[in-house]
Design a protein. Sequence first.
Length: 230
Amino acid sequence: MAIAEHLFDDPSTLTAALADRVGQALEAAVTARGKASLVVSGGRTPRPLFENLAARSLPWSKIWITLADERWVEMDSPDSNERLVREALLQGPASAAHFVPLKNSAAGPQEGAAECHAALAALPWPLDVLLLGMGADGHTASLFPGVAGAALDPACPDRCRGVFPNTAPHPRISLTASALLNSRVAILHFTGEDKLSVFREAQDDGPVDALPVRVVLQQAKVPVELWWSP
């Protein structure tokens, strides 16, 4: 499948254009089906996008939001993706959206996966907009090289799985490949020449376990878009 590439000269121009793209997609979904779903990722890159979206007059009360992955930490931790979403996205007009967290009260992500799977049933499926980042090691969501296991299997029946990366802190809960690919569009949003090089490598044939983002790039079911700037 050809990937639609949107390449910008600077992050601020990218942010404004991507906010337009996401907002229009969510509005179209609500118009067509009465509700919409948005999956977002954590990290530093999406914060300006979240702040831009939060100020928009979208039909937020008909929009469900969740995360592509989460560290198994308390919500008030600076490492919590939920904290980022609550601080930067679920503000102003966007505070009317329905947020479904991945982290729950279980002792760890393996123990909490079944509850997480059940909670995700509240979202409108297929997912209307999937916003993913990508690490310099080719991971996306918390599907890390060498440790994602069954979560990378597009036939996995679970919507989320516990992941225990050996190259990053904290156990994680992540949407599985099967959940990620149950989407109407997958948007990869990242910055930097180094990551663009990894993206180009991941477009070539090779083991998915080595560069897990390949599970999104090398499939023909879901349209994929790249939104990038230096």
